[in-house]
Design a protein. Structure first.
Length: 170
């Protein structure tokens, strides 16, 4: 086990496993520091440095790499959101009903969203006529859940202290 020849290949295997593992889990930056530590240890092994020093350098480089890449990985995780990925990107978009959506739970009609046609159901099971503009509010499997735009109440504006009420009610 203390053979320098043996550890050369072990460190190269660590480099390969770390690099391949990092590519398979893109954006995590967890295995990359261990691959870097293995690479430095492999260079030392080929230079004939004792195995104990190779291990020490591997641990130091790996820990330093983890500490250095954590802020970047956290920032990438924070910036990515599951909203807007795949079909969820359609939530909040406007569509046109092509084939009326009958009333009833899970009754479906057809809507055009962008250039694609989707099966859709009404949010509360209400019927929606063809030609109606709707807003996508959710997904139910492979169907869009929609609500008519003309029934979406606008947000009421709140009066600002010290200023007159923008929408006075008599």
């Amino acid at each position: 086990m203390d053979s320098p020849e043996f550890w050369r290949w072990v460190w190269l295997a660590v480099v390969a496993a770390g690099a391949i593992g990092e590519m398979a889990t893109a954006g995590s930056f967890f295995l990359l520091p261990f691959a870097a530590g293995g690479a430095v240890a492999a260079v030392l092994a080929f230079a004939g440095v004792p195995v104990g020093i190779e291990w020490l350098v591997f641990v130091v480089v790996s820990v330093a790499g983890v500490v250095a890449t954590r802020p970047l990985a956290r920032r990438l995780d924070r910036d990515s959101s599951s909203e807007g990925i795949g079909a969820r990107r359609w939530i909040g978009q406007t569509a046109t009903v092509l084939e009326a959506i009958p009333s009833g739970p899970q009754a479906t009609g057809l809507v055009r969203l962008g250039r694609a046609e989707w099966r859709a159901e009404s949010l509360e099971g209400l019927g929606i006529d063809a030609g109606t503009l709707v807003k996508v509010v959710d997904l139910a499997g492979t169907r869009l859940v929609v609500w008519p735009l003309d029934q979406i109440a606008p947000r009421s504006r709140q009066p600002v202290a010290g200023q007159p009420d923008p929408d006075p009610v008599d």
